[in-house]
Design a binder for this molecule. Sequence first.
Ligand code: URA
Length: 239
Amino acid sequence: MVLKQRLESLAMAGVQQLPKPRIASTPPAAVASSQPVATFQPLVVLDPAALADRERRLDEVRQEVAGCTRCSELAAARTHTVPGKGHAAARICFLGEAPGADEDASGEPFVGRAGQLLTKIIEACRLSREQVFILNVLKCRPPGNRVPSPEEVSHCRGYFERQLGIIDPAFVVCLGTTAAQSLLKTTEAIGRLRGRWHRHGNADVICTYHPSYLLRNPAAKRDVWDDMKRLMERAGVAL
Ligand code: URA
């Protein structure tokens, strides 16, 4: 299982051939007797009441989103609102742009082709979707998957900011331009926002390419893999 995940991580990074194994310079006995390696805890340990309180507050946001009509065009066209999904105690949140057709049909974030690629990215980080929280800037699908307007983002800002405030993650991964520019309130291009750390609330923020962009430009997977390695390194995990 671990080996399979490792190979998937390498494939995700575009690696097609493995180098010959190097002879270890440290004898196995010395490795075995070294200090235990700290492992990343994807969930904050909360007492049951605190966890239930977060879940209740997230559910309040979900209910408000379900009845929201601030963007009349989007509200009229939607099948479902897509508030987001994941663990209320997650230390990592993934922020996308807006639901597409599959998400509008199901009410769940990132379930289409881009979502399947996001699942692979999460699993390559040795995490599962259940151990993170996945949300979008917009909670309704823009017709034809067009880019959200600044007005639509401003209508949804209260929702995604509140969600992040409740979860209070250690890390936010912004997937693509809309997520990065909306969260960080900037007009800088995603290519310039990548490769360095940003801050939002108590969270370290990293920006990377959107999985939909990777479907059109598979060569950019290597950059996303570099970003994920940087993220997990700060979390204490060498990928
Ligand atoms: N793209 C997004 O940004 N979010 C989704 O939920 C699906 C596709």
